[in-house]
Design a protein around this ligand. Structure first.
Ligand code: ATP
Length: 309
């Protein structure tokens, strides 16, 4: 029996690790869409987060094709431990910033640093491990809800999985299912909504607990009430742990409380500051804000039905 159980345990852990790397790969491909090889420097040291996770883009220029620049001499700072929002018209390069940070592509000019280290000088695996993302569309595995959440941290206990689900405002929904956390999801399992998928992705991220967090339109499929309560929970987690976090968003109501709001336009930073400052400035942000506020009031979407508790 002993002889048999050792290789089985071993296989179990290999299997879990394989699933973890498959998940990472899927997330990567989702963000990446096109596979471009980047090269790691020989003997590159791991990324050292010794200043709390400050991200800097210094004179960064980048385009997917030489004839079409996306970012041009972009300078931006995401201060350590702060909540930063990146807003701007569709296609202005918000997700590109995330792809560059993950080093799916290298910049064509300038540099990107994390705590002072050029990301081209550090071990790629350590860089990607440091960043957690809730992408626009979350990959789910043909597996139980519990396992899908646990991909965030395969060593998490059942209690930790449930706490993460509660903080991501999805626990009540899960518990109402006949099989609860054992419900199968994915292509061959139960169909779940876009908003439920997003909340599973947030649970995963809460379990992973990475030093740098990215939310790419992470709550766009939720109704206003659920979105607001989820954002409050996310806020309390990132504030409590002083995590550097970046929110890419179209709906300004989801990010107006950020420490810094960066408005991108034509590959550059057009405006940046706090909500109050930007509203006073009478620029792109204040115009967007007043248009969205008007729609919001007209719709009367306040008080939508969401997950309680
Ligand atoms: P949205 O708000 O709609 O998500 P975005 O600001 O995040 O947009 P990006 O996804 O960063 O925009 O894309 C910036 C530009 O680069 C777009 O014009 C897009 O079509 C183009 N682009 C994105 N990915 C690729 C790619 N792999 N190859 C070529 N062009 C690309």
């Amino acid at each position: 029996v002993f002889q048999l159980s050792v290789p089985l345990n071993f296989l179990g852990s290999v299997y879990r690790e394989l699933r973890q790397s498959l998940l990472d790969m899927e997330t990567l491909f989702n963000l990446q869409k096109v596979n471009v090889a980047i090269k790691e420097k020989p003997n590159a040291p791991p990324l050292l987060l010794n200043k709390g996770g400050e991200i800097k883009f210094e004179n960064v220029s980048f385009g997917y094709r030489p004839d079409r620049p996306i970012l041009q001499n972009l300078n931006l700072t995401i201060p350590a431990g702060k909540k930063v929002a990146i807003v701007g018209p569709s296609g202005c390069g918000k997700s590109t910033i995330l792809r560059l940070l993950f080093r799916f592509y290298d910049v064509q000019d300038g540099r990107i640093t994390i705590d002072g280290q050029d990301i081209r000088d550090v071990q790629v695996e350590s860089l990607r491990k440091a960043i957690g993302v809730v992408p626009q569309d979350t990959p789910l595995f043909n597996d139980t809800i519990e396992h899908n959440i646990r991909y965030g941290n395969i060593n998490a206990s059942t209690a930790e999985v449930e706490t993460a689900a509660r903080r991501a405002r999805i626990s009540t929904t899960i518990e109402s299912l006949p099989d609860g956390y054992k419900t199968m999801v994915g292509e061959r399992g139960m169909m779940i909504s876009g908003g439920e998928k997003q909340r599973l992705a947030v649970s995963r991220l809460i379990l992973k607990d990475p030093p740098l967090l990215f939310f790419d339109e992470a709550t766009s499929a939720l109704d206003t009430h659920t979105e607001q309560t989820l954002l409050q929970n996310i806020n309390s987690i990132i504030r409590e742990k002083a995590r550097t976090s970046v929110f890419v968003a179209h709906r300004l109501r989801t990010i107006y409380d950020s420490d810094v709001i960066i408005v991108l336009k034509d590959g550059k930073v057009a405006e940046q500051g706090t909500h109050e400052k930007l509203v006073d400035r009478d620029g792109i942000y204040s115009e967007l804000w007043s248009t969205q506020e008007m729609l919001f009031t007209e719709d009367g979407v306040e008080g939508g039905k969401g997950e309680g508790g």
